[in-house]
Ligand binder design. Sequence first.
Ligand code: G1P
Length: 265
Amino acid sequence: MSRIKKCVIPAAGMGKRLYPLTRGQPKEMLPILNKPVIHYVVDEAIRSGVDEILMVVGAGKEAIINYFDRHKMDDELDANGEYNFPDIYFVRQKEQKGLADAISYARNFTGDEDFLVLLGDTIYRSDDSLTVTSHLLKTYHRIAKPLIALEEIPYDDVMNYGIIGGEETEPGIVRIDKFVEKPNKMDAPSNLGITGIYILQNEIYDFIEVTKPGKNGELQLTDSLGMMLKNQEIYGERINGKRYDIGSLDLWIRTFITFAKEKGY
Ligand code: G1P
């Protein structure tokens, strides 16, 4: 099985939970210390061995595209080549129709290759020297089945996540038998939430094509994955590290404070 070389980063959501901050800027450009969140996401992809990135952007997300230009201060200030990004492609989602729709724009980019998806609003920190994503890639190469990152979520928060049901087949690894997008506490099949790293094969596009609007009237990736379960096994793995989601005001502020304290501010 060949190495995963391509990463799709959907950065097309409206940022409703961060309104009014997101009236004039994309949530992916919110700072965590001196870098926008999207920069951390690109670092995670590169450090996990990816060479090519496609970002799916939408209306009002132009600041993200500008950020990855070569900047005139790079020669002077970027001594470590930290801003020497790999090739980043951009495609515009025509309408904000949901995560599954955003991913469908990657079809030509990924072609026949298996690919990685990292959500544009989540930062990962591993417990060891490998990235959180690299751990998943290792498992993926062993089991050769679509694999998604999971984390235990307090039951009071399950309505903010895609939640899975399934059976643990080995420590930390679950064979998934159910996907529910943002369930009520009562309907949640477990408290294992989807954190935003997906390793997928190109069959997913066929299922996205026939996905109907689901939760909040959007085309939900969890619904496409749920349909795919009828044809093939999908696995989840608990992440080996921490996830910092900046999708709502309290989460963003908490992440900022955690990172700032670590730097001694
Ligand atoms: C998306 C997915 C959801 C997942 C979450 C992780 O939701 O639809 O399944 O658990 O990302 O952050 P969103 O946060 O975009 O509403």
